[in-house]
Design a protein around this ligand. Structure first.
Ligand code: FAQ
Length: 325
């Protein structure tokens, strides 16, 4: 199915239908699953929503790793709730993608065999408790910066999923900031851990917004279709502008000596992430890519008996209903 969609992007859509579709987008109308849409629009959305869903699911792994080691019962309960929320986000997003005619099983298969991506950030390890605070604050912070405008994306089911997700993400970010603040205000050793977490996660967080605009292959068309509302660099800059004063408030050192307020631009200047590292990570060569995919493949294999059981139950129920008719 997905392979067919990929092929059909090359076919010519009817120019009249295309023009009418673009007019609907320009008027700010939402596109719903049964409406006519160009194959490229459908394909882009399956890719983006699918990748987004996979990110929510794979994104549970670095934090899930710390549930049993949270320092207090309260922190453990909060982290547990947050990680569960991410599973819910994955579910809403898989459902939104399914309205495009691709099944959740197909999407999962493409994640598991490496045909589909998930966010680069989840290929970095969480080495200590301060990393969990930094993930909530910086990673969820970057996620929100990207997702708030996506509430206005042109595809109805994606837009509605994003509204709910954003509400939960802001709780995630606040719990992360609270956790890192405790560390930054703690013993010298705790403060050092907080600084180390910020230093390691800063550039990977900036990479979450995607490559610089000049290297972004999809932005131009996606913005024309209002799938994306902002460019990657615009959102990255907003994130830097929002986060630098928070780092200063925590009393931590800035993780990049290139960060400087630029009066003329009205923004902070900053050093670009190492883009060769980014492209290497999304090719599968980051520190945790192999582990993350192995964990997801294992979860899929371990869950086979549940899927088989549910299927057998559904078949028996259908057979009983059939016999009674
Ligand atoms: N990682 O042309 P563009 C979360 C790929 S939030 C991996 O600029 P686009 C919450 C891109 O796919 C994280 N790959 O692409 C949470 C394309 O390759 P392709 C997820 C990336 O789509 C927190 C190529 O580079 N959020 O999980 C990345 O227009 C804590 C060229 O790039 C979303 O997915 C990357 N960072 O813009 C959960 C938001 N960036 O496919 C648990 C929705 C780019 O042609 C714990 N997505 N690539 O082979 C978007 O807004 C967009 O897809 C962008 C990328 C902005 C990410």
């Amino acid at each position: 199915m997905y392979a067919q969609m990929v092929k059909s992007e090359a076919t010519n859509d009817d120019p009249e239908k295309l023009a009418a579709f673009q007019e609907r987008i320009d008027r700010g109308e939402k596109i719903e699953p049964k409406d006519w849409m160009p194959e490229g629009y459908r394909k882009t959305l399956i890719r983006q929503i699918g990748q987004h869903a996979h990110s929510e699911i794979v994104g549970q792994l670095p934090e899930g790793n710390w549930i049993t080691r949270a320092p207090t019962l309260e922190r453990k309960a909060i982290l547990l709730a947050k990680v569960q929320d991410e599973a819910g986000h994955g579910l809403y997003l898989y459902c939104a993608a399914e309205t495009m005619g691709v099944s959740r099983d197909e999407l999962t298969e493409m994640l598991l065999d490496g045909r589909m991506k998930y966010s680069s950030i989840f290929n970095y390890p969480t080495l200590n408790w301060a990393d969990i605070g930094a993930v909530g604050w910086l990673v969820d912070g970057a996620a929100i910066m990207n997702q708030v405008p996506l509430q206005r994306t042109s595809f109805g089911p994606y837009s509605r999923a994003m509204i709910r997700i954003c509400k939960e993400e802001s709780f995630h970010q606040r719990q992360g900031y609270d956790a890192i603040r405790k560390m930054a205000e703690g013993t010298p050793e705790q403060k050092k851990m907080a600084q180390d977490a910020v230093n390691r996660l800063w550039f990977p967080s900036l990479m979450m917004f995607g490559p610089s605009d000049k290297d972004s292959t999809h932005s131009e068309q996606s913005m024309k279709w209002k799938i994306k509302i902002n460019t990657n660099d615009e959102l990255r800059q907003k994130f830097v502008d929002q986060t630098v004063p928070q780092i200063e408030f925590l009393g931590l050192d800035l993780p990049d000596p290139g960060i400087k307020w630029n009066e003329e631009r009205g923004h902070y200047d900053y050093t670009d992430p190492d883009w060769s590292e980014f492209f290497d990570v999304i090719k599968g060569n980051g520190p945790c890519n192999v582990d993350r995919l192995a964990a997801r493949n294992k979860a899929w294999d371990d869950g086979a008996w549940v899927r088989d059981g549910l299927l057998a139950h559904a078949q028996k129920k259908a057979a009983r209903k059939h016999a009674a008719e």
